[in-house]
Design a binder for this molecule. Structure first.
Ligand SMILES: [Zn+2]
Ligand SMILES: [Zn+2]
Length: 319
């Protein structure tokens, strides 16, 4: 009897040809990102901020190098997540052990550095004075993208410390531990939103589009015809800096390494960074540096789907 393949089975067939998830390599992740940020700072309208971000990511690299190996994953967690189609370790419920000490070390690393804005010193001092429980509360607000104006400046620092702990833990996993989670628009490891998506080159992942987790840096595959926010296959288009604001359609038909992928169904956009155009692209760094594209998209009907972990901005008041 002929049988129709179910969506999960189709995914399983796909897996034969290319990785479903690309887990982070914390030993090089932050080092490469810092280098990319410095490269992108040249001639960029937010050069000073990108150099500060590079300095912050340098500090992340040092924390990642010094961090102890994470605890092994309890077997029942992977089984349960897989049974329920849930992310493996939802970020807010599984803050990395010792992340608070990591944050304090990261703040000490930044102290007195010329690239760090002077206005950040009191923010940093106030953060360093918080106890572990208060930091955990703040971390959960930052992860939920639910921060008040008073914590905007602190948010990228908190996120930087969290990213180190989460990336180390995600990097210690095996692909088989990572469930097929629903919805497919959130990270199957930690349940966070992607910062951007990336078209990879080289190896088995080459030619495939992956969503890059803003928190743990895991990447998971999603076909390009789907919107990375609502999974609609209707009305996904691309806009670059030169044509933002016009109804420029087409699939990667421009030479730019960063495009805004827009969706006519949910009216959001998220950037796609293309390694075919520049092999050194980094989803977090290139998203941040392409802020001109965000400014241009501000004049369109499309709202940004989710934020960049290294930049906290005040959200417009809901009307
Ligand atoms: Zn994640
Ligand atoms: Zn959509």
């Amino acid at each position: 009897m002929q049988r129709i393949l179910q969506p999960g089975e189709i995914e399983t067939l796909d897996r034969i040809h290319f990785p479903r998830v690309r887990l982070p390599q914390p030993a090089t992740l932050f080092q490469e990102r810092a280098a990319r940020l410095r490269q992108l700072a040249e001639g960029n309208p937010i050069a000073d901020y990108l150099r500060f971000a590079a300095r912050l990511v340098d500090a992340q690299h040092r924390r990642a190098s010094a961090a102890p190996a994470p605890q092994p994953l309890p077997a029942d967690i992977a089984r349960r997540a897989s049974e329920h189609g849930m992310p493996l370790l939802p970020a807010s419920e599984h803050l990395p052990d010792g992340w608070q000490a990591g944050l304090r070390a990261l703040l000490a690393d930044l102290q007195g550095d010329a690239a760090v804005p002077a206005g950040l010193a009191p923010v940093s001092a106030a953060l360093a004075a918080l106890d572990d429980a208060a930091l955990d509360d703040l971390a959960r607000q930052v992860l939920a993208d639910n921060i008040g104006r008073e914590d905007l400046a602190a948010a990228p620092l908190v996120m930087a410390a969290l990213q180190v702990g989460f990336a180390i833990r995600a990097g210690s996993l095996a692909e088989k531990d990572v469930p097929f989670a629903e919805p497919a628009t959130v990270c199957p490891v930690c349940g966070s939103a992607p910062v951007a998506s990336v078209l990879r080159i080289g190896g088995e992942a080459g030619g495939h589009r992956y969503l890059h987790c803003a928190v743990c840096a895991s990447e998971w595959h999603m076909v390009r015809v789907k919107c990375s926010h609502c999974e609609s296959t209707r009305g996904v288009r691309y806009q670059g800096v030169r044509d933002a604001g016009t109804e420029q359609a087409g699939k990667g038909d421009t030479a730019q390494p960063v495009l805004a992928e827009t969706c006519d169904q949910c009216h959001t956009y998220r950037k796609l960074v293309n390694q075919e155009k520049d092999p050194f692209v980094d989803p977090v760094a290139d998203d941040l540096a392409a802020i001109t594209l965000d400014l241009l998209m501000g004049d369109t009907e499309f709202a940004r789907a989710s934020g960049n972990p290294l930049l906290a901005i005040e959200k417009p008041l809901a009307v």
